[in-house]
Design a protein around this ligand. Structure first.
Ligand code: PLP
Length: 348
């Protein structure tokens, strides 16, 4: 087992030395009734006030829900902010590198590009399983971050737990596991390992199982030192009041979420059976997420056909290892029926 570096050794020098912006609401803590410190308009409450820069209430709720300390939580404007901010905190442009295991979520590559950071791509096996030794072989002394996604988008499978552990234990850099789809998965994920693995970063989101993609709330869970550096870099008021309010309301209704997940998983099984029975579908890959990846004879013809019927799916056929593949989100019963009915009229 490789001993991970202290987080301060992985953080960029300019970030270590950064004196963060201090907002009016950071300077003051306590109880007061007259706020004349932030040049706000006194009218039009509650939205006249700047939101809490630390999102304390929301973090407390999420901490309780996830069994974490607030110090282990960063909240971002979607998972995308969490991904981008890891580059900005850890990776020196032109010197450091990151590793992605492809095919996977496109934002890791886009953020690497934007931040001027080299990205090393390691392929999954052809059955979409993870090859830990191939990932370890791509690591060098300038590797700061490895991106894993489990369940993975667009391949829909979870990565083997032992293989992920082998990577976490085999490197001295950070390993991010994107668990956007964890609520649809059979496996437990990696949350319970966060305390004992200081180089593990987890990403979860309210965009999928919680049904709140519109409010943009991503959750990053990591060692408190890393969360501390990230918090210095983030925009002071990165989570707005409307999002905080809607998230608190949404998180209250765990029963509703459980019902949604149950329905989506049932529909996923039904859809897999129906899709498999279509003559032009060559494969329906096993899914641990809220979507199915299928392999068909002529993906672009099928994509066009469905689009003409007002049904939009995702053509992933140009992605490495995904030749012939289309990605289909599990919708409501009615939406899924509309898709299957349309597919039944498709002539090759
Ligand atoms: C959908 C998805 C997300 C969610 O991103 P948000 O910015 O939180 O909406 C994150 N990671 C992966 C792999 C996804 O597919």
């Amino acid at each position: 087992m490789t001993e991970p570096k202290a987080i301060s050794e992985l953080v960029r020098k300019n970030i270590l030395e950064l004196k963060p912006y201090s907002s009016a609401r950071d300077d003051y803590s306590g109880s007061a009734s007259v706020f004349l410190d932030a040049n706000e308009n006194p009218y039009n409450g509650p939205f006249n006030r700047y939101p809490d820069p630390q999102q304390t209430l929301l973090k407390q709720r999420i901490a309780g829900l996830k069994g974490l300390a607030m110090e282990n939580i960063f909240l971002g404007n979607g998972s995308d902010e969490g991904i981008d901010i890891l580059f900005r905190v850890l990776c020196e442009p032109g010197r450091d590198n990151v590793i992605t295991v492809d095919p996977t979520y496109g934002m890791y590559a886009v953020c690497a590009e934007i931040n001027g950071v080299e990205r090393r791509s390691v392929l999954l096996n052809s059955d979409f399983s993870l090859e830990p030794d191939a990932v370890l072989a791509a690591v060098d002394e300038h590797t700061k971050l490895i991106f894993l996604c489990s369940p993975n988008n667009p391949t829909s499978n979870s990565l083997d737990h032992e293989s992920v552990l082998k990577i976490i234990d085999g490197v001295n850099c950070m390993v991010m596991v994107d668990e956007a789809y964890i609520d649809f998965s059979q496996g437990p994920g990696f949350l319970s390992l966060l305390q004992e693995k200081p180089n593990l970063v987890l990403l979860q989101t309210l965009s999928k199982a919680w049904g709140l993609a519109g409010i943009r709330l991503g959750m990053l869970f990591a060692h408190s030192d890393l969360v501390g550096y990230i918090s210095r870099v983030k925009y002071p008021y990165n989570i707005n009041q409307l999002t905080i309010d809607a998230a608190l309301r949404g998180l209250d209704d765990t029963a509703r979420r459980r019902l949604w997940i149950k329905e989506i998983l049932e529909e996923r099984s039904n859809m897999a059976i129906q899709l498999e029975s279509l003559p032009f579908v060559n494969e329906v890959y096993p899914s641990d997420a809220n979507f199915l990846l299928i392999k068909v004879e002529d993906p672009s013809a099928l994509y066009q056909f469905l689009m003409n019927k007002g049904i939009i799916i995702r053509d992933r056929s140009s992605v490495p290892l995904c030749g012939g593949c289309l990605r289909i989100t599990i919708g409501s019963k009615e939406e899924n029926r509309a898709l299957i009915n349309a597919l039944k009229t498709f002539q090759q």
